[in-house]
Write a protein that binds this ligand. Sequence first.
Ligand code: HXC
Length: 257
Amino acid sequence: MNKEHINVWEEDRIGIIQLNRPKALNAINRKMVDEIVDQMQAFDQEDQIRVILIKGDNRAFAAGADIEEMMEETPLSLELLDPFAVWDKISLIKKPTIAAVNGFALGGGFELALHCDLIIAAEDATFGFPEIKLGVMPGAGGTQFLTKAMGRRKALEWIWLGEPMSAREALHYGVINRIVAPELVDEEAIRLARQLSNQAPISLRLIKEAVQAAEDQSLLEGKKIERKNFYVAFASEDQNEGMRAFKEKRPPHFKGV
Ligand code: HXC
């Protein structure tokens, strides 16, 4: 299932995508983004997959968009190809997504992690938006995700200065979920993914949609979506199973229907 710039496999109902350009610290070129997005969409459609996990290697999650490739761009090539638009498709993935970060998650690499629902990182991982040092700026959602996570003032400080953000700082500002020893990142991410894969899949997606609405919509609209999704959950067999299991004092067995 491997492609040119990513390795792909499945493990315990978890769909795993590993970025694979180690010599360039997994710098993300256009082909790689296309491969990542295609694979995420494929996993999203596969019945047996419950959670999608993205990882790099020990040295880097991804050190940014591929600078060599970007050097060839012109305003018109960017306008005509609109190469960052494809990233929006990641926001439409319905299943839970987890980023497991070791080493560098910079620029576009940080943005890829921020597109995921949950981020597990090594305690010595490095995040950041160094784009300003290249005379540009984040372009695949970085200004939006970081501001929503840490607020305007802190986001501006980080993105204006372009300095590396330690995993501890990222955790402190609520940008990532958990930090663990570097050698435990994969284990912790898989453990979390397994936990999620045992939850009712329809509830997971309805919750994801409702939480997303809290960021994108007004409180009233968000509450409407939450309410609607609560009602929709009652159309699932899993709602029946969950409540019956409670009554029968046994663990539920969810099927995703
Ligand atoms: C292309 C990259 C790269 C990148 C590293 N490499 N980052 N190639 N694009 N973003 C390559 C290096 O050129 C080098 O290739 C090899 O990976 C190893 O990197 P080194 O620099 O030798 O490693 P090290 O000294 O350990 O430094 C690590 C580093 C540094 C601090 C992460 O590589 C670095 O600053 N990288 C650039 C980070 C960055 O600016 N990212 C933002 C990009 S802009 P050779 O062939 O020399 O061995 C961006 C815009 C997003 O992301 C827009 C939306 C998608």
